[in-house]
Design a binder for this molecule. Structure first.
Ligand code: GUN
Length: 294
């Protein structure tokens, strides 16, 4: 029997625990944690993601705010707005939804966020702390969410061979650092594969846990995976689906139907890693909020 690693189930369970902690703080007279998301322009997917983040905040008792700016805002003006939020003690977490319009440097904007409020975990300081194994940095939200999903379903990376496809700064690279860390969620032997890897199947077939984040729908086929492996699919590409009103559906990087039969556990797309990214974000916001009280 293949176990479906359902992100909606894990997220709901973790968010109940977060909501209970928030209720305790409120009972003691504290304001709730506050997360603000900056959205520039009108990108449909970004609007959906930001909306989902706001709803998730409200469900756990956080204040969730969205600040919207027109697509033609200048880079300097956007950075000024970020600096104002950096100084606002009533805001715990700040994210800028990516991608940004071409005339704005995502790197400059990401680095303008105060590291202590960077609940996406994209700032050099937080990435550096992760690379050095420091425990006080903000973890990258998606990889952190994946470790929470694994914990929920009792999947222990300790001593296992984890193979990751994709070296992005948002998923693949920080995931490799988290899972190889000397930490309860880590202690794995990690191989990080990417577009220049020769004989990719050689590596993927060795994986006890295979994490796929390259953005190519249906890329990983059954013959590329080991019998009994755990598969985590981070891909979310919109593919055409004329049977739907929207005309599209989300498809992961793994050919789910063929791989399913062969493996011990697999995340679906949607409802796998997606809800856990938001859970990682919420957890990070709670952690930076709580750090103010100790
Ligand atoms: N765009 C796609 N993924 C992400 C993410 O994890 N955080 C932000 N801020 N933007 C994104």
């Amino acid at each position: 029997m293949t176990l479906i690693l359902d992100g909606t189930v894990a997220a709901a369970s973790i968010r109940i625990q977060i909501a209970a902690q928030v209720a305790e703080f409120k009972k003691k007279g504290h304001r709730p944690p506050c997360l603000i998301a900056i959205l520039v322009g009108e990108d449909g997917a970004s609007m959906t993601y930001v909306g989902a983040k706001k709803i998730a905040c409200e469900e756990v008792g956080f204040t969730g705010k969205v600040r919207r700016f027109r697509a033609d805002i200048s880079e300097n003006d956007l950075i000024s707005e970020i600096q104002k939020i950096n100084l606002d003690d009533a805001i715990d977490g700040l994210i800028v939804q990516l991608p940004l319009p071409k005339h704005i440097s995502e790197e400059k904007v990401t680095q303008a966020i105060l590291p202590q409020k960077d609940v996406d975990g994209f700032h050099y300081i937080n990435m550096g702390k992760l690379a050095k194994g420091a425990s006080d940095g903000v973890k990258p939200a998606t990889p952190y969410g994946i470790t929470l999903l694994m914990k929920h379903y009792g999947i222990d990376a300790h001593g296992k061979h984890v193979v990751i496809i994709g070296r992005s700064n948002i998923v693949g690279r920080p995931m490799s650092l988290l899972l190889s860390a000397a930490a309860p969620y880590g202690n794995a032997s990690v191989t990080l594969c990417h577009s220049r890897t020769k004989d990719l199947s050689f590596f993927t077939k060795m994986a006890d846990i295979l994490i796929v984040a390259l953005g190519k729908p249906g890329f990983v086929k059954a013959e590329m995976v080991k019998e009994g492996a755990v598969i985590i699919d981070v891909g979310t590409t919109r593919v055409e689906d004329t049977s739907r009103k929207s005309g599209w559906r989300l498809k992961g990087d793994v050919d789910f139907e063929s791989v399913f039969e062969k493996v011990s556990a697999i995340t679906p797309v949607p409802k796998g890693v997606g809800p856990m990214t938001i859970t990682g974000l919420i957890m990070n916001t709670l952690e930076v909020y709580k750090a103010k009280f100790v």
